[in-house]
Every structure is written in C-alpha cells, then in structure tokens.
Design a protein around this ligand. Sequence first.
Ligand code: GLC
Length: 550
Amino acid sequence: MVDFKKSVIYQIYPKSFYDSDGDGLGDLKGVTEKLDYIRQLGADYIWLTPFFVSPQKDNGYDVEDYYHIDPRYGTMEDLEELSREAGKRGISLMLDMVFNHTSDRHEWFRKALAGNPEYKDFYIFKKGKKPGVPPTNWESKFGGSAWEYVEQFDEYYLHLFDVSQPDLNWDNPKVRRRIQDVVKFWMGKGIKGFRFDVVNLISKGEFRDDLEGDGRRFYTDGPNIHKYLQELNEATFGTDAEIITVGEMSSTSLENCYRYASEDGKELSMVFSFHHLKVDFMGNEKWVMVPFDFCKLKHILFEWQTHMAEHHAWNAVFWCNHDQPRVVSRFGDTKEYWKESAKMLATVIHCMRGTPYIYQGEELGMTNPGFHDISQYRDVESINHFRILQEKGLTRENAYQILAIHSRDNSRTPMQWSDQKNGGFSQAEPWIEVNDNCAYINAETEEKDEDSIFHYYQKLITLRKKYDIVGYGDFEALDEMHPSVLAYRRNYRDQKLLVINNFYGKEVTWEADESLKDYTCILSNYEHHMMDGKRIRLKPYEALVLYREA
Ligand code: GLC
C-alpha cells in the first residue's frame, strides 16, 4: 500500500511548464527535463493536467481521444520516458481523467450527431420545454445556458461546461464500461495515480428548472454517484493497492465526501473540495470584487479538517491549481511581505491533516500577472465572462478589474525558470504572456537563496517525511474566533504539533491554551520569536511550527 498520508503532490500544467522544442507551448519532454527540480523540491507524485488529443477549447479538458497523446504535447514514447525517468527519481505520475464530458470532436459525439442511436445514448439529449425553450433553465459553469440546440433532432444536449464539452450519460452502462476501459489502458502503462475531473457531477438527478440557483443542486453529488464510483473502483484502480486517486468535487458536501474519501477505500483515496476558495465570492458568484472573509475561510478549513478526521476520510489540501488565482495575490501580500506571506500560507496547508498539493510556481511565490487587456487572456471562461459582465452593465474597466482577480489565466502564465527571455520557459513567444516579475521571481534565483520560498516548501515536505504527526495526527482547531490568527494543534501518540499563523501584515499578540515552553520550533518564516509563557507576539505574516513530545 502506498502511504499517501506522507506524500506530497506537485501539479504540472504541461502547456505552461517548460517548452523543450521552441514552439511556445510546454510539452512532456519539457517535464522530463525538469524532473531534477521536482526531485529537489521533494514531491512524490506529479499530477499532469490532460495531454490527450483535444481541440484545446478548454486546454485539454475537452478530450477528443482518451487513448492518444496530443502531438502538441509529444508522443506516447515521451510519456513512457517521462514515467521511467520520474520512477528513477522516486516520483510517480498521476493522470487527469475527464469523464464527466468529452469534446464535441470525440468519435462518440460525432456518431451521436450523425444520428447513431447507440452513441446518442452516450450523451444527454432532451426535448425542449416548448419551441425555443431548453429542457431546463440550468446555467453552464462557463456562462450561458447549459443546453445546446441540435436542429436535426429538434433536441438539446447538456453541457455543464463549454458548448464544445457535451456531458456523458453515465446512466448508460455502456458508457461506464468504456470509461473503465480507458482507466485500465492507462493502468497498463504503469500509471499509479489518477485525478478524476469534476467527478461528482457524473450522476444527473432530476431534470427540473432550478428556481433558486443555477441548477447545480440537481446534478451535484447525484443519486447514483457513490454506486458509479464504487463500480469504477472495483473494475479498475481498486484492484491495485499501489494506485492513489483524487476526485475533484464541485460544490460538494461534507456528508458526501465522508463516503468519497473514506478510509475503507471503496471509492477514492481523497477529495478536493472548494468551499474555502469561495471566501472572496458573493455566494456562488465568482465574478465580483469583494475582500476575502478571513473568519469564513478559517471556519470552513476547520470544519473540513475536523469532520473529515472524525469520519476517517481524507482531504487533499491545497490553495492553488490551474483554475485558481495565485494564492499570494489572493490571501497574502505581493509587495512588502511577499516572502513572509507566501511562506505563511504554505505552512497553513502543509501542516494540516491531508495530502498537500503544490501547483507549479506556487513554491516560488508566483503572483497573478495583472493582465489589463482582453487580448492577453486565453481562457474560455474568462473571455465569456468578460462579455457577460459588460452585458450586465459593468464598465469595461470594472470587468477588467474582476478578471484580473478571478481569471483562471492568473495561474496559467508560464513557469518562471530564470530572469532570461520569456522567464526561461521558451525560446519562442509563449502561448500566454510571462509575468514581468520573472526578473526576480524565478527558480534559478530561489534555488540559490537558502531563505527563499522554494527552500521553505522543501523544508515543509521534509517535515512531513520526518515527523509522523504531520501525516497521521488528528486535528484540533484553536481560537476559532480570533480575527487574524489561524492556529491549530495536531496530536499523535505522545507528540504534539502546534501551528500558529498570523494571516495579516500587522503584529499581534496571541495566547495559547498551554505553556509554549516545552515546545521546540521546528520551522518558521522568521528567525527570532517573542514567546513568553502562553503568549507569543507574532510579526507580520509570521508562521511557526512548534513540536513537543510528552
Ligand atoms: C475542472 C478542471 C477545469 C475544467 C473543468 C471542465 O474544473 O479543473 O480546468 O475547465 O473541470 O473539465
């Protein structure tokens, strides 16, 4: 059995990681070339976002062929080489499987559109309510209606994402079998990890108008979701104890996650949930400009930590991925306390109960690029919402401000390897602009600097390997009402770990519920600490990890 509690996973968005052949797009060979960097950091797995054949409307989350690699990213040999070379360095690969939908260019969908009844039933086609009115009022997650009209059938098909991403009909057993075949194929290639994209949306419930929301309550964590996951598990990855899995759970609930990620192993190893990253939204509305709510953030994190532990279920813990803005821009300070705040945010996540995920460049403290013109954006969701915001009456300027905060392109700018041309990412003009701050935020500079954010992440990973409590301890929330400190205790056998974080740029005094004198500081983003009995004076964005054995 692999011990995913002691593992750390590094996420790579190949398109933006490293371009080995000078066409402005990152590729699989580029990942192989940079393996020593990941080994140096200390990660155990690399999660690669989809590199399958795809028209790239949603950067590969629109799969045309699950069995072949998109030539833009390389070849099957490139992947095999990457897997071999990673293996030599003690790193396994995790592939990203998009099974809620396919691309509209997938053979199954083409056959469906050509009128083949067998394949039509691979997707969700329905009659409109009346001429010109879609079957339900559900909204696509990328904006607009979730239904697209197909004239030749006088029917609509469901697409919870882009119109080019038709949803698969998982209620059809043939679809489920085909999906199992795909997973088995990649297992046959020796793949030891799978991430399942928006997998809690695969079981659709009732097709009814949503009078309160955008429709998500009818298809999220749907009626057969646990059955379908258990079936996939039994037929595929569940047969190999060396495989770890993570499900991306959109708008999910704790109660469902206890089951998805239960230690009984019937469904998945762990789950991503996103409630803690909606604390700068208004309800479910992301395209707004509101300051983040620290107390809510803390409350949600604590709630998930405590309840998942009580139910013996496992979290994936993270701030960043290819869909989220950069965390230091979001909850930290990119100016005066850039380094301190990036390290503090890393401490919060890495000492929690769960498997930490690091998104490429997070370990360097990469920031949002501050794009200010629509021509700089590439993401379908951002481009749609730029239009929708203006249709709702916002000025162009306001729409730009909102995009600069929430766009998924914030995290998709090229990895900053050096202060050279294009941040050392590519010799050619990159597919999306490099952040100007690559002059000082880059891997080469940080590898040389012992005090860098990169080295701090390295130390956090080492702590997880060295101290069992980091992987196995329970979780105890501390001082939940404190307006600026996020603190918690982990307990394991005779060990205790006290993690104290000042989330703001102002000094603050914090009082523990026990004396701090028997604790040793095993990691911090400051050298000297002002501790006295139970009290500690925290400097701006100070983070401390204190350890003791009884
Ligand atoms: C997930 C992916 C995201 C993609 C969406 C549709 O949320 O992380 O990038 O656009 O699913 O596949």
